[in-house]
Design a protein around this ligand. Structure first.
Ligand code: AMP
Length: 477
């Protein structure tokens, strides 16, 4: 996507708008303290035209206005944001955030999954980080010279702070850990709608009651809408569209939730609707025309009109259009999948396990094909002593099938689809998946775990880490 100075100005305007809403509803972030915002900039590559290419987030971080505000408003120095190794970058950003913990008013990242990843990384590295804070010396594992230089400017031995952090991290349960580690934090920032919904429950566990703020809906194609009620529940978040960001049009989409066997009609010939003409409760696919060359580009997101702010339409994110599981004529959307997983994972709760990550895959290597769910589980209290009960796991498979749509159930009954399977993978498997995607060029800041696996390599990564396989025992109808 070409980026011009005009587009860069729009980014700044957009950021200013959603931040002013946080200031209005929660705290004056520019005055109250610092933001521990986890940011990762991918390295630029030179295109044959001589123009540089990078991710949107990286170009925002490179902007002169943003860089100038870093030392005063953020805990992460730019050297850590631009560090080419994502793990070294995260280690250092956590270190800087912990050193300045008394000043931190916000913990966040672009997507909620990154905040969660940081907390998990902290679970594995807090002893090392405390040691660094105690001695005032950066771990030898950090080899990036720019990060080392940045650290040497601020680090000095602080055994008291290190002991405090050690005591907090050493406790049995990490329930509410974010609030304990950053006592002045007022909110957690990170998009938690769409594919990120699955992370909200776990983030709420770590957050200690801090509000989870999903401020914006944006894509590389266009910055679209902001959440004018930042304190609302993640499930109620709507984005008010800003008509000055791009020219927005909408392709009506038949509501997938209606439980008929019929396939959705091909809507190539359906008329596009302008922003001013969208209707409440109707679902649309977003189409963008922007000032840098995209003409009527289908972003691939399905949105539902949830209301209006004055005359500006507000949308709830429904799903990525392309994400569906299908082994025959049925179509299972991201929303269907999320609903079924939510129902099934409730069975794990009394056992002391939580579902931390999931993805899916339509296995058609045998006939009939079947749905495979990869689940990564974690004990609520990290004792590593609990065994998974196979009976419950089988029940989870069945509960998922029961919660899927009517078409799925009919197909299951007629043996057009075989029994749903849950493959439990060992801890860290989804991190390995992410590392693989990052190694293939995905920006860490913009990484979204796929709801459905399509690539052979990604499948191999998960399959090689399976520790248990469970199948639904009977048809749901
Ligand atoms: P990217 O292509 O990396 O710029 O990612 C843009 C995509 O991320 C969008 O098209 C959406 O699918 C997803 N996304 C961005 N913001 C949100 C949001 N607030 N809620 C749900 N999904 C989002």
């Amino acid at each position: 996507m070409p980026v011009t100075a005009q587009v860069a100005k729009k980014w700044e305007l957009f950021r200013g708008l959603y931040e002013s809403l946080v200031i209005k509803h929660i705290v004056d972030i520019n005055q109250a303290g610092k933001r521990m915002e986890l940011m990762f900039a991918r390295q630029e590559i030179e295109t044959p035209s001589g123009l540089m290419a990078t991710s949107v987030t990286a170009s925002i971080f490179k902007g002169s206005g943003f860089r100038a505000s870093l030392p005063k408003l953020y805990t992460s120095p730019s050297e850590t944001i631009f560090c080419p190794d994502p793990n070294q970058s995260l280690y250092c950003q956590l270190l800087f955030g912990l050193i300045q913990r008394e000043e931190v008013v916000m913990i966040g990242s672009f997507f909620a999954s990154t905040v969660l990843r940081a907390i998990k990384f902290l679970e594995n590295h807090w002893q090392e980080l405390c040691y660094d804070i105690k001695t005032g010396r950066l771990s030898h594992q950090i080899t990036d010279s720019r990060c080392r230089n940045a650290a040497s400017l601020v680090m000095k031995p602080n055994p008291e702070q290190a002991d405090l952090i050690e005591n907090i991290c050493n406790c049995k349960s990490w329930d509410g850990i974010i609030r304990k580690l950053w006592p002045k934090a007022r909110y957690i920032a990170g998009i938690c709608t769409g594919v990120m919904r699955q992370y909200t429950a776990e983030l709420e566990f770590y957050s200690g009651g801090l509000p989870l703020v999903s401020s914006l809906y944006a894509s590389s194609e266009a910055f679209c809408g902001i959440n004018i009620e930042p304190l609302c529940k993640p499930s109620d978040v709507s984005y008010t569209f800003l008509p000055n960001m791009a020219y927005f049009e909408f392709l009506p989409v038949k509501n997938e939730r209606d439980e008929s066997i019929e396939m959705k009609s091909n809507n190539e010939d359906t008329e596009l609707v302008d922003l001013v003409n969208v209707k409440p409760d109707q679902c649309y696919e977003l189409v963008v025309t922007n000032s840098t060359g995209l003409y009527r580009y289908k972003v691939g997101d399905v949105l539902m009109v949830s209301g209006f702010h004055n005359n500006a339409p507000q949308f709830q994110f429904v799903e990525r259009k392309s994400v569906v599981l299908s082994v025959d004529m049925e179509k299972t959307s991201e929303t269907d999948l999320f609903k079924a997983v939510t129902e099934a994972k409730a069975l794990l709760d009394p056992l002391g396990f939580i579902l931390t990550e999931y993805t899916s895959y339509a296995d058609t290597s045998s006939v009939p094909g079947h749905y495979v769910l990869f689940w990564e589980l974690k004990e609520k209290e990290d004792k590593h002593c609990k065994e998974l009960d196979p009976k419950i796991m089988v029940e989870c498979c069945f509960r998922m099938e029961e919660s899927l749509h009517y078409t799925y159930k009919i197909y299951r009954k007629r043996n057009i689809i075989a029994a749903l399977e849950i493959r439990v993978v060992k801890q860290g498997s989804f991190e390995a998946l992410m590392e693989y995607c990052v190694s293939k060029g995905t920006s860490l800041s913009q990484y979204k775990k796929p709801s459905c696996i399509k690539s052979e390599e990604a499948l191999k990564i998960l399959d090689s880490r399976v520790i248990g396989k469970y199948f639904s025992p009977k048809s749901p109808l």
